[in-house]
Design a protein around this ligand. Sequence first.
Ligand SMILES: NC(=O)N[C@@H](CC(=O)O)C(=O)O
Ligand SMILES: [Zn+2]
Ligand SMILES: [Zn+2]
Length: 344
Amino acid sequence: MTDRLTLIRPDDWHIHLRDGAVLQHTVPDAARSFGRAIIMPNLVPPVRDAAEAAGYRERILAARPAGSHFEPLMVLYLTDHTSPEIVRQAHASGQVVAAKLYPAGATTNSQSGVTALENIYPALEAMADVGMLLLVHGEVTHAEVDIFDREKAFIDQQLVKVVERFPALKVVFEHITTGDAVAFVQDASDNVGATITAHHLMFNRNHMLVGGIRPHLFCLPVLKRQTHQQALRDAVVSGSSKFFLGTDSAPHARHAKEAACGCAGCYTAHAAIELYAETFDELGALDKLEGFASLHGPDFYGLPRNTDRITLERDSWTVPEQLPFGDQCIVPLRAGEQIRWRLV
Ligand SMILES: NC(=O)N[C@@H](CC(=O)O)C(=O)O
Ligand SMILES: [Zn+2]
Ligand SMILES: [Zn+2]
């Protein structure tokens, strides 16, 4: 039995750090184990151009713990008005590596998102040209589509079109939750990859709904049935380089989660690499963790792999019931429960 695990330092290819006072909590949590992170741009207002990305990046760097080399990789938020010029300027800044497609209304702060795919074709063309990645929140938003079917519908109605029309564009299908998404990514070209969260590997919708509703497990895309969870587990165990770590750690204050209309998002940054280690351990696949967490992501993005290492130890510890979040608090994933791996 492996009790100690040393990995090339991992990166988080999908995280929400939010803005303002909470950065003093979210940035150190991410910087604890990750070398770099893809910073989601769904602020209010969103990060729409090079100047907004540069400003946000400075605020993140200012919240970095002393001595940390944590590097935020910035992302533009695509709107109906994102022009090729905006894309080229952001790319030229050297700080923006990707742009994110939020179908309008699909998730938290997506109200300024894209209302029709055709509206961003010129931007996508420029992205393919300069080598900027497209990241997608892959859910349709039509009221008539059941929430559990929205990812599959997005593949069929939109994603197929995008990869067909822009074969040179690198596309990351973010936080995939279904066997349909796994199959789509596996069968697509090498320019298509996907991130997988720890919570979608650990939980299915029964965990969220049986015996009472657990708002801290509510996220988007929503947890699916067990067969889909199993497909995600099989994908990471396969060792395929198309799948890599993206926590989608998405903090919302406790009162916003424990509410009549609770926000979507799970906070996992407090224990992200430990949660993945525990899951890979359970799957008998600890030997696949380094590829998933530290190698496949930079390889897909065309960035160098990190050169330093982290060490994890098999040792149980208890997650706090809540954590400070600016002047409020959040309930982290697995609050009050034991995690069986610890970052040394
Ligand atoms: N995942 C979530 O449930 N929420 C994210 C948005 C997102 O990634 O879709 C958030 O910003 O809160
Ligand atoms: Zn999303
Ligand atoms: Zn997200």
